[in-house]
Ligand binder design. Structure first.
Ligand code: SF4
Ligand code: SF4
Length: 75
């Protein structure tokens, strides 16, 4: 299984949740313990070690908050 990693530009997130629905492994959630400067609960990944780098979350985000890195195991 491919491995991936995401970075979230937390301060730009508006907490819309579209990325959460897009993740096939259900790894994303709105952080119940923080608010960003815009006053939204930002998205976070609760189980980062399971990310497969599919980028569905990043494609769905209307505000380009998520950057996906794919870790190539074949090298
Ligand atoms: S890259 Fe894929 S597996 Fe990883 S958090 Fe985004 S949607 Fe989920
Ligand atoms: S789709 Fe983008 S703006 Fe919406 S919750 Fe996810 S990261 Fe935040």
């Amino acid at each position: 299984m491919a491995k991936g990693r995401i970075e979230v530009a937390t301060e730009r997130c508006k907490g819309c949740g579209l990325c959460i629905k897009a993740c096939p492994l259900d790894l994303l959630e709105l952080d119940p313990h923080s608010l960003n400067k815009k006053g939204y609960q930002p998205m976070r990944i609760h189980t980062p070690e399971k990310c497969i780098g599919c980028a569905h979350c990043a494609i769905m985000c209307p505000d380009v908050v998520i950057t996906v890195y794919r870790l190539d195991n074949s090298k």
